[in-house]
Design a protein around this ligand. Structure first.
Ligand code: ADP
Ligand SMILES: Nc1ccn([C@@H]2O[C@H](COP(=O)(O)O)[C@@H](O)[C@H]2O)c(=O)n1
Length: 691
């Protein structure tokens, strides 16, 4: 197969095309597909750092001499398209990825079939192809010497390390991040590089012995065997191995006759009996179509519509099941979207699963003042509310006041941010430290290991807390997650994962303490998704500290507690309401294929300036003078940078005048608003939205 990583990008007419990219590929400036490309970068985030030897393009047809590093490049293939919808259930447990195994002889066309399937699934975001080659056993120096003389048998089932391949499939299936080894066919060994891979909804594993191991077969949802004539496989292998794997005709033939053909006849072809489908190695369009349709159906069945699921559930039913088992979260992060009365009934019946002080052993003076405030506000036991002093109240009033000018709003935000961050830092694991004080005496104090700390902002509003955190820990690593609510169903979708390298590595992630930042918690849907991302990376639940300025006491904060009771939520202020509403929404429909991507590039002004149409309001919504929008999307420019205020204004003006090749189309979207609320805190902080 062709070396190198590819991502799928829609062509101008909307037809998917496959493009080889090097691991250091970046979204091209101004590309309308930059969100897609950025999501691809999210899944293969580490490439830029880890793949130092992978800077030259691997393209088919180039002689090995002109492309000497081609075969050291990963065969891992990643496709990401739209944002990733929730991959977990209402208690926060991940729903397994769909795993397809493709086996068959060498050069039968396994990889090509996998890629064709991938092309047929344009609506399935986050698909990855992993090659079994990455899991060849390490060779001893003696075996290594033999391998260079074509005297080592790479076609025997014992040549592979099934345990680590199994673990990799298990991890990816369970939603965990993994490091995929990069195999070199020239050096006959794994290189020092690995590819970080996280979050595929569909995983395709291909390799000659993918159907050999019974435990691996157990992990596969669909088993495919690619069948091709031996002469066709040999012809393809000669061409490929000379071009891509640095071989000569003689060496290919020697290896083929000594090992490849006998092993194929004895072991590989025998695995065909385990397959659900036998696919021809050529002229296989119909088979690929059938497989893709089957997969799409399976994926539809697995898709999570948490909000819809729970919105339909009557409150009494929720309350009853909650009372039965206080530790099982019966509601989604979207709970609280029924009428206020329904919400009160359901919450009243749910016993808290942890006692605030008991569970975390918070030390005075912080616990006493803030926990009593949290108790009074009816917040769950993992929530720590800042003591509601007149000083804090005055700052929160500035934030609540819709007439507050941007500069004052930003200033107050930073001050409240500092207070809430300082409270959050008291939860860190300080250790005793002995120092020598003036006069030479010893003194026992405390210290914190800053190298284990980092922050992850939920973009874009979470970044408003970064300045406060940076002031406390200037050298702290910062990461981010781009989560946006889907325009059609309001579900959160994950678009970009940019985590500090020590979270991407499991061993260090297990020791890390993460401040997860977002400006407010309404439905809690984005917080829910972000916490799941950190848990998928093995950050311990009780080492995640969610820091936020404002929460709705009726909202998803309760569902967060039931799903993730050990995540502490530190919050400055609490407002009573959470409203679901449908608002008119100005989308920009482009004439080109990139319409969907560019639709995201809508100035939040269009949201804020849009009048709420009475007929469009969801049931139970009361027009409220103090109501602000919570769910405005981040301002994304097409080249993935956040646009400045001026840029945003120019863009929205251009959109209104139709001068960017787009015709505005009126639609509507679901948003959730904390009431009375502070509006879209991110927009107000950076001055990019209305008040
Ligand atoms: N259906 C097909 N028609 C023509 N060439 C093909 C087809 N399938 C695969 N090939 C070619 O055969 C070679 C080996 O295919 P590949 O998919 O890499 O095989 P495998 O992964 O089984 O080793 C590649 O050069 C590929 O372009
Ligand atoms: N160092 C190695 C390792 C493996 N091979 C050959 O690769 C074949 C499997 O890869 P496919 O992409 O063809 O499925 C297998 O037949 C091995 O002979 C190698 O040549 N050198």
């Amino acid at each position: 197969m062709q070396a190198g990583k590819i991502v799928q990008r829609p062509s101008g007419n909307g037809t998917p095309i496959l493009q080889p990219v090097t691991p250091v590929d970046k979204p091209s400036e101004g590309s309308p597909h930059s969100i897609l490309a950025s999501a691809a970068a999210a899944v293969s985030l580490d490439h830029a750092q880890s793949s130092s030897s992978s800077t030259s393009a691997a393209s088919k047809g180039k002689p090995a001499t002109s492309n000497p590093t081609a075969s050291t490049r990963s065969k891992t293939i990643v496709l990401t398209d739209a944002g990733r919808a929730p991959w977990y259930n209402s208690v926060g447990e991940p729903v397994p990825a769909y795993v397809v195994g493709i086996a068959g002889g060498s050069a039968s066309g396994k990889t090509s079939v996998a890629r064709e399937i991938l092309k047929k699934l344009p609506n399935v975001p986050w698909v990855a192809i992993v090659s079994q080659d990455a899991y060849y056993k390490s060779l001893t120096p003696e075996q290594h010497k033999l391998a260079h003389q074509e005297q080592y048998d790479f076609d025997h089932p014992d040549a592979f390390d099934y345990d680590i391949l199994k673990q990799c499939i298990k991890d990816l299936r369970g939603g965990k991040s993994v490091e995929i080894p990069v195999y070199s066919f020239v050096q006959h060994q794994r290189t020092s590089e690995t590819n970080y891979l996280y979050g595929p909804a569909v995983l395709i594993v291909e390799g000659i012995f993918v159907l050999h191991d019974p435990e691996i077969r157990e992990l596969l949802d669909l088993k495919v065997y690619v069948q091709a004539d031996s002469d066709l496989m040999l012809a393809r292998r000669i061409k490929r191995d000379i071009v891509e794997r640095g071989r000569s005709v003689n060496s290919v033939l020697d290896q083929y006759l000594r090992y490849v053909k006998p092993a194929f006849d004895t072991f590989v072809s025998a695995t065909a009996r385990h397959a659900d489908m036998i696919v021809p190695g050529s002229h296989n369009e119909v088979a690929i179509e059938v497989i893709s349709q089957h997969m799409e159906k399976q994926l539809r069945n697995r898709s999570r519509k948490l909000r819809a699921e729970f919105y339909k559930t009557p409150a009494t039913q929720i309350a009853t099941s909650a009372a039965k088992d206080a530790h099982v979260a019966p509601m989604s992060p979207y709970e609280g979207l029924g009428s206020p009365n329904e919400r009160r009934t359901s919450f009243a019946n749910i016993k808290p699963s942890l006692k605030r002080d008991q569970s975390f052993g918070l030390s005075a003076p912080y616990s006493t003042s803030s926990t009593s405030a949290a108790d009074e506000a009816g917040l769950p036991p993992n929530v720590i509310l800042l003591a509601q002093t007149p000083q804090l109240q005055s700052l929160l009033t500035i934030l609540h006041d819709r007439s507050t000018p941007t500069s004052e709003f930003t200033f107050a935000c930073k001050r409240v941010g500092t207070l809430v961050v300082e409270l959050a830092t008291t939860l860190l694991p300080y250790k005793e430290k002995e120092v020598t004080i003036h006069g030479g005496r010893k003194h026992i104090g405390h210290e914190i290991n800053v190298s284990t700390l980092c922050s992850v902002s939920i973009l874009r509003s979470g970044a408003v807390l970064e300045p406060s955190l940076r002031r406390a820990f200037p050298a702290m690593s910062l990461g981010s997650l781009l989560i946006q609510s889907n325009e059609e169903d309001g579900e959160p979708h994950l678009y970009d994962v940019s985590l500090p390298s020590f979270i991407r590595r499991r061993e260090t992630a297990e020791k890390s303490w993460v401040f997860l930042l977002d400006a407010q918690i309404g439905t809690g849907a984005a917080a829910f998704m972000a916490i799941r991302v950190l848990l998928d990376h093995s950050v311990p639940e009780d080492q995640i500290i969610f820091v936020t300025l404002l929460a709705s006491s009726q909202g998803g904060i309760h569902a967060l507690n039931r799903a993730f009771p050990r995540v502490r939520i530190v919050v400055a202020g609490v407002d009573p309401g959470l409203q679901k509403l449908r608002i008119p929404w100005q989308t920009a429909t482009s004439s080109g294929a990139s319409a969907n991507k560019q639709d995201r590039d809508v100035s939040s002004e269009s949201l804020h300036n849009a009048a709420v149409d009475e007929d469009d309001l969801s049931p139970g919504f009361n027009r409220n003078d103090n109501l602000h929008m919570l769910a405005s999307p981040p301002l994304l420019s097409i080249d993935r940078r956040f646009v400045s205020n001026d840029e945003a204004k120019q863009r929205s003006q251009a959109q209104r005048q139709g001068s960017v090749g787009q015709s505005p189309a009126k639609g509507s979207r679901v948003v959730f608003a904390i009431t009375p609320g502070c509006g879209s805190i991110g927009d107000r902080f950076w001055g990019t939205g209305s008040r």
